[in-house]
Design a protein around this ligand. Sequence first.
Ligand code: SF4
Length: 346
Amino acid sequence: MRRIVICLRKVLRVAETPALLEVEHLQKTFEVRAGLRTRKLHAVTDVSFTVSDGRATVIVGESGCGKSTVVRLIARLLTPTGGTIRFGGSSYGGRLRRRELLRLRSEVQMIFQDPFGSLNSSHSIGYHLSRPLFNYRKCRTASEARERALQTLESVGLTPAGDYIDKYPHELSGGQRQRVVIARALIVEPKLILADEPTSMLDVSIRMDILNLMRKLQRERGLAFLFITHDLASARYIGDDLLVMYAGELVEGGPVDDVVSAPAHPYTQLLLSAVPDVERNTMLEGETAPGEPPNLSQLPPGCRFHPRCPLAMDVCRKEAPKRVQVGENHWAACHAVQGNPGPKVI
Ligand code: SF4
């Protein structure tokens, strides 16, 4: 009976928030030259998830786990080696024609990590904001573009906008630049924003302002967000759904509060235990993972986390674990996971 109720709730929730982005079995392999040899680096292997309309989904994981590669594949800055990407019902796998790329990029915008490298110092803020409007044919005249730029600068908190529109990037602080980058992403009215560690290069004092701004814009405009971070505190603050990535694959996912309050995968548990806790006054002793993440060109057999996992069993060294449902919309890929009311492979 309980299982039927859970299924019904799941069906209703899916009906309420349709998937805007569907990623299935996404793969990216890079060929890396080392002397006379070429080796394959498996940056992303078999990654599947959905991002629902109006929800913020966060991918969290250590540096080098492949999370930035995933967003670059979705934005088609990189071409996938395999798998499918569906956005708004259209498929964007394989090579795209210019018209398809323009359509995708007018609806999927990206906020990069580095607010200094993302803006061209020889162009004014007004130029940076009007360029995408003309590129994606969202307006026709320079006066219309300027008016839209002024409105968008106001919406990201750069007020009065007239004081900023004719400035150059070097005249702004890091936080102001990142607001301009956010404005540039918003000005074409996208449906999905991909944010790749947008606060990691900012001073700690202004990170919170930028996170607050992004959360406010996401809620007000009903935007879908795919947010990449290695910081679980930011993930919990901004996210509705959380995906945990390790060595090129997703190991756990679900509503952010469920994953953080009851992490099922040992890697998620270790990530959470490494978050400094003022009440405990320290990190939990003995809860660090020994060793390093695996070399992506020589992945271990079975579960990729097994060389570092305190719960590793024989089966973990031979068989890759499948996703097991551990709660409503909450899953983990681990042989040791006990589902509730019973493990169910999904
Ligand atoms: Fe650890 Fe095994 Fe689970 Fe991998 S599958 S996380 S090695 S218990």
